[in-house]
Design a binder for this molecule. Structure first.
Ligand code: PLP
Length: 283
């Protein structure tokens, strides 16, 4: 049985509970993080905590747990659950005032929960099969830079993709691609430059995205953070998506049209390997 964390206590997963008046439940008034663990060690914790702090500030959620305490909590969960390769899930809601009221002007005590997950990371052989994507209009709100648990937009978009028989979706706003419903996007354009949309209110500032930008720069690629039109997307040599759980995966088909030769491309191969090397060397 898994051990989970709820507001200062460790409990068996099936005994854990939260009030029906918690604002996370009533309003999705809440933010979260998914943090990778490799060989029992947390990967780029500081970057995840920095994004968490940004989310707390932007949502005005008050949480008095220090970074050092989060780290101890995560290490405890890894130990208690004997986690080797997986993820830590952390959620912070604005709290609970035992009523249902939009007003947030009075400070509340945040609710904090955390648990470990075992979503498997793909091997090179599995990942290179590639994903099929469909393009859909990005119907989400204009603060996609906040990692909120209000994910109904993402969930319905993802469901449209799955219903079309695809694996994932690429979201379009004003004829430009923003991201995937649960990942950031990279393309390799016809000049062999790597391009990813800039970090703004239309996409999540992905930690994996940042790591890939750094790895690609270090490897000598030209990396551009600029808007990508639908037309550039369809003419790309390669398309890849990045996230904590997916790491970096190639998209080989969009709306039943093959991208380039319909196989995982050479840039993806290099970036996948570099990412695996970084995982192995990361202490
Ligand atoms: C909408 C969205 N974009 C991007 C990402 C990738 O972020 P990260 O690399 O930090 O996991 C995620 C992760 O779940 C996401 O949900």
């Amino acid at each position: 049985v898994n051990t989970v964390y709820v507001n200062g206590e460790y409990t068996p997963a099936e005994k854990a509970s939260i009030s029906i008046f918690d604002r996370g439940f009533l309003f999705a008034d809440s933010i979260y993080e998914v943090i990778p663990v490799y060989k029992g060690r947390i990967f780029f914790l500081e970057k995840h905590l920095k994004r968490l702090r940004y989310g707390l500030t932007e949502t005005k959620i008050h949480c008095d747990i220090a970074d050092r305490e989060f780290k101890e909590l995560f290490i405890d969960l890894i130990d208690k659950n004997k986690l080797i390769d997986g993820q830590i899930y952390l959620q912070i809601t604005r709290g609970n005032t035992f009523n249902r009221n939009h007003d947030i002007s009075r400070p509340m005590r945040a609710s904090v929960i955390a648990f470990t997950m075992n979503i498997p990371y793909l091997s090179f052989e599995s990942a290179q099969n590639g994903l099929h994507a469909v393009t859909l209009e990005d119907t989400r709100w204009m603060r996609c830079d906040i990692k909120t648990t209000a994910l109904l937009g993402n969930i319905l978009l993802n469901d449209q993709a799955i219903s079309h028989g695809a694996d994932t979706t690429l979201l379009i706003r004003n004829h430009h691609i923003t991201e995937s419903a649960a990942a950031n996007i990279f393309i390799v354009n016809d000049k062999n430059q790597i391009v990813t949309p800039p970090k703004d209110n239309q996409c999540l500032p992905g930690i994996t995205r940042d790591i890939i930008v750094n790895l690609a720069n270090q490897a000598g690629f030209i990396v551009l953070e600029q808007a990508i039109t639908e037309q550039v997307l369809f003419n790309a040599n390669e398309i890849m998506i990045t996230s904590t759980t997916k790491e970096i995966q190639p998209i080989i088909k969009i709306n039943d049209k093959s991208i380039a030769d319909g196989k995982a491309g050479p840039t993806w191969c290099i970036l996948f390997r570099l990412f695996q090397d970084l995982k192995s060397s990361h202490g």
